[in-house]
Design a protein around this ligand. Sequence first.
Ligand code: FE2
Length: 384
Amino acid sequence: MDGALKNATNFNYGNEKIFEKAEDFLPINGTDYVELYVGNAKQAAHFYKTAMGFQSHAYAGLETGLRDRTSYVLVQDKIRLVLTTPLTSNSPISEHIKKHGDGIKVIALWVDDARKAYEETMSRGATSYFEPTVETDQHGEIVRAGIHTYGETVHIFVERKNYKGLFMPGFVKWESEYNPTGMGLKFIDHMVGNVELGAMNKWAEFYGHVMGFANLITFDDKDISTQYTALMSKVMSNGNGRIKFPLNEPAAGLKKSQIEEYLDFYEGPGCQHIAVATDDIVFTVSEMRRRGVEFLHVPGSYYDTVLDRVGDIAEDIRTLKNLGIMVDRDEEGYLLQIFTKPVEDRPTLFFEIIQRKGAKSFGKGNFKALFESIEAEQARRGTL
Ligand code: FE2
């Protein structure tokens, strides 16, 4: 489970290094795709289309010559989701689902040179998932290579500068007669990893040393605690800021933290949430609610004082209250955000919808209200 760290011998965990500035040995253009391993990709694809506004894009399965799995590719603006399900019990995908339930296996990163990305990270202590591999079809070639990160999650570097096709070789266009409209989701703002107690600094160092990321912000248990639970978080970001990976670990509290609950049910570290950006959160959340997405409940009292804290905003506070959208401000502006409930039965992966109006932070002012809301859900699940 922790292979990437065990094998990463050339950086020092005992001595916490501060990564203040990102290094440029690993230029990343953005998130290429996120692949989930799921128990039933056909039904999951229906959910992501209906409830979240993703569009049918590409497909690979029995009809395209695969025997062991099926994958659906869905897109919304710059976001690409791949939903993969195994067709046999004897498969690493099945093993992954047996252990973790539905969850994120691959956070793929779009690079100009996948071989170099692999060599640079391997030389700094990464553990290989697979070596640089060229896939070709009549539209050109894709080069991919993979390394391990926390838990059983992996990063795949994707080089597509010599490819003109839909997604990648092996996939055909997915034509569907069912095409619900989009919901204004534009790109992935950040993706959060939950790691074991005591492992946050190790993984922050992994992103700092092996990937060249900088430590943008650190939150300790004084920033993120309620009466019952606490967590600590470090936000790691690449040089151009397009990739932001907050890393959470549980901190001691009176009761079980949401991070421990995640680790228990995911049976190990993994990706906790994907934050997706919108330019119109009121539209996006109205539409998601209408199409059946469930969000965490924000107590009405939150809205009695929020404007005292954040000052003037362009949105009507009553609209935000009706939709349960939260607001926070930093030195550079403000942001609007809301969190879905977990999107599977295990209380693991969920989504955040975020609209930034200048703010570059992560909603620290909302942590307390947010965690109290999560604790109310935990109490209902009997896991607090
Ligand atoms: Fe977030």
